[in-house]
Design a protein around this ligand. Structure first.
Ligand code: NAP
Ligand code: HSE
Length: 438
């Protein structure tokens, strides 16, 4: 195909193989949408000797040099994952004048600004719709359709693996290990699923979303994060009784601070009132809620992981770039951003849910309430349940009114020091909404 637009894939795993299959099965459709056919030229893998379903074996190579030396390749699609060598390959492809499409949130969160500047300098495009929210269009809406807005808040469920796990734990009472294995089998989890369950994957995605929404450079370290490992089945039951679901929420806000606007960016298992639209986003689905001054509240929802939904987002970028190649359109200039000023976690104001195991004897609850009161933390509700009548322990679940996180940390340090009276400080989770945030 002399006039074909050449595509090379770096990676043929869950997403890469999904993209290769879609290029094959949708060939006619894509050709008519772009005006020229797409042709798969090469596919980089670690083990080129292993056949992969849907990927022609004569295209497989373990030599990135052969991909970059192919003059018929116009677009390099990075679907390897991880920081290195993926970042290096993206840089080399851009330097060689290739357009690049990637689904790699880690590379874009850590190195996005310099790679986008390099792409602009070389007159090529670097697109990354699939890096956040799998199949949900969100990078493009934030970059274009919502550009006229002053965005104040982005609240999202952006990790399919953990949302799948939390939903199964809440609805089926499933065990943590079993649902993680199921998410891995379905191709949702990262190569190292610690990135999913410890909140790192969501933190990368939130850093990317906050950068686009607030027009600042946000490093992933600016995102304070807590994963889902410490959650117990009874947290879901207490949350349910109190009228909440538990979701791994990624929240970004730009708030006035003493010396200018401050970014608050957090990823944490969070109680969210069941009437909130985000509370009903279940399974592998993701959702991103954006608040803008002109548009109000908008919600983007869909499949957040998996081969076909992610291929949809990757191919949208490929087709967009392919049209540029077909028409000779020049890429837009990148707008330079300033680095975000981050509000320290201790100054963030939030409501909280606390679950404590306590000795079941007179004065213990009063002692805990006294410590919280001295730290200016006002209680919204208290539940006490007998936990173990032989050990004479009880479980206390407290929800607080909005309080400064640093004060709560101080109070919890004192409460934990009441060893005999408080054998365990269990879950400490923020509560979203109800005047509860930031
Ligand atoms: P995956 O199944 O682990 O596949 C990775 C592919 O990259 C494999 O084909 C692997 O080769 C190849 N690869 C990795 N390191 C390599 C190296 N050093 N040299 C050559 N080839 C290498 O990963 P995935 O789930 O498809 O994810 C790919 C990317 O998409 C990641 O950035 C991920 O975060 C992102 N993403 C994934 C999903 C999802 O649902 N899975 C959704 C959205 C975004 P071998 O096959 O030879 O090992
Ligand atoms: N591991 C990621 C998730 C893949 O579960 O959301 C999509 O980025």
């Amino acid at each position: 195909m002399a006039d074909a637009i050449g595509i090379a894939l770096l990676g043929a795993g869950t997403v890469g193989a999904g993209v290769a299959r879609a290029i094959e099965t949708g060939a006619e459709r894509y050709s008519s949408r772009v005006g020229r056919p797409l042709a798969l030229r090469g596919v980089l893998v670690r083990d080129a000797g292993r056949p992969r379903e849907g990927v022609p074996s004569d295209h497989l190579t373990s030599e990135v040099g052969s991909i970059l030396a192919d003059e018929g390749t116009h677009v390099v699609v990075e679907l390897m994952g991880g920081e290195e060598p993926a970042r290096q390959h993206i840089e080399s492809a851009l330097r060689s004048g290739r357009h690049v499409v990637t689904a790699n949130k880690e590379v874009m969160a850590k190195h996005g600004p310099e790679l986008l500047a390099l792409a602009a300098e070389r007159g090529v495009r670097l697109l990354y719709e699939a890096a956040v929210g799998g199949g949900i269009p969100i990078i493009s809406p934030l970059s274009r359709d919502l550009l006229a807005n002053e965005i104040t808040d982005v609240t999202a469920i952006i990790n399919g693996t953990t949302n799948f796990m939390l939903t199964a734990m809440a609805k089926r009472g499933a065990e943590y290990g079993d649902v993680l294995a199921e998410a891995q089998r379905l191709g949702y989890a990262e190569a190292d699923p610690a990135a999913d369950v410890d909140g790192g994957d969501a933190a990368y995605k939130l850093a990317i979303l906050c950068g686009l929404a607030f027009h600042v450079v946000v490093s992933p370290e600016a995102v304070s994060r807590q994963g889902i490992r410490g959650l117990a089945a009874r947290d879901f039951a207490y949350a349910q009784d109190l009228g909440y679901a538990i979701k791994l929420l990624a929240q970004g806000s730009l708030l006035p601070g003493p010396t200018g606007a401050e970014l608050v960016a957090t990823v944490s298992p969070t109680l969210i009132a069941r009437h909130e639209p985000l509370a009903t986003v279940d399974g592998v689905r993701n959702a991103v809620q954006v608040e803008g001054d002109l548009v109000g509240r908008v919600l983007f929802e869909g499949a957040g992981a998996g081969a076909r939904p992610t291929a949809s987002a990757v191919l949208a970028d490929v087709l967009d770039v392919a049209r540029d190649v077909a028409t000779g359109r020049l890429p837009p200039e990148a707008a330079p951003y300033a680095r975000a000023q981050v509000r320290p976690r201790e100054r963030v104001v939030a409501r909280h849910y606390l679950r404590l195991t306590v000795a079941d004897r007179a004065g213990v609850l009063a002692g805990i309430a006294g410590i919280l009161g001295r730290h200016e933390i006002s209680l919204a509700s208290v539940i006490q349940v007998e936990a173990d009548s032989r050990a004479r322990t009880a479980e206390i679940v407290i929800t607080t009114h909005p309080a400064v996180t640093g004060r709560l940390d101080g109070a919890l340090t004192e409460i934990a020091a009441l060893e005999g009276d408080v054998p365990e400080v269990g879950s400490v989770l923020p509560i979203y909404g109800d005047g509860g945030a930031r």
